[in-house]
Design a protein around this ligand. Sequence first.
Ligand SMILES: [Zn+2]
Ligand SMILES: [Zn+2]
Length: 350
Amino acid sequence: MQQKPNSSDMDFSICSKCLADQTRLTRNADGAECKICTLPFTVYHFKADSKTKRTVICHNCSKQRNVCQCCLLDLQWQIPIELRDRVLSALQDSQVTTAEAQNEMMKRFIALKNGDSHKLGGASVTSDANNTAQVLARMQERVADLQDSLSTTEKATNVKAAVSAPSGREGADISHLTKKLPLKSSLLEPSQSFFLYNIDPSMAEWAIVDAVSGIAGTPSWQDPMSTSVVINHLARCGGIRFKSSELAQRFQNGLDTFQTASKVTKGKLPVSNSKIHVVAWPQFHRAALGNKNTECLQLAKVLDTLVQRDLVPLPGVRPNIKETSKVGKPRKNRGTNKSKKSRRIMDIEL
Ligand SMILES: [Zn+2]
Ligand SMILES: [Zn+2]
């Protein structure tokens, strides 16, 4: 039997979904900078499902986080790291987080740790069969409990009611969050920070950061001294802060914009196949993105409603925006149907 030549160099972690049936990979030593630690790494290119794919983070970073080097989803659970850690936090009644380095020095420091033994956040669970089994057993218990309580109390409530009355019986009261969020703001006011929503849960943070860098014209728009990017996948929103007002303005000017039915101008940031909606958020406040899972889920509902409202076509304007399929595609603008629909949407108080 033939051993792989120089097996440490040939190592990679690519999930079966990305790899499909592909066995032929092209290797490019030091082919790119890792999206996480920024060190040069061995890039693998391959063709799967008639698309050319490539690894975007180094193998060590992938092992530390137990994620696929291409799609960055957890190798075992196929969900984003942030979501995985939330699920584990809830199941273990303790805070599980994958703390990513905010500056160059910390990046190098974490990069030096060997990913075989040094696991970050929930990776220590999902990279280990025993730990995973324990957590899954716990999950089964919780699901059973949940089913019991659902069948007794919440059978009759409906989702629409929860959205229009966030403080109602179903869903958490998140008015303390929504009053700090710029839900009625436009893109155009002067601001060094911005609120992002309509974020697909599978969208990697680096992809968003890259898209912002593309519009701002530089990858170094973040302030190395403070948190510049916060993405909450569960709430499907986030915030970014630029290190200078010049960069923020360049971003503002570079974004495509659209107008809502109430004549508010908002920005659209294309990432992969969907578009993130962007408004100014001068009072950037990371806690307003929610912390508890129930709050985040409720916020996601409220924001979905906002996205729908954003997409109601202006009278007389034919929409040519294409959004992700899940959240309210712009409907055809047709007589009575339309006025009925906009009334339902406009009624909702945030
Ligand atoms: Zn790396
Ligand atoms: Zn993958």
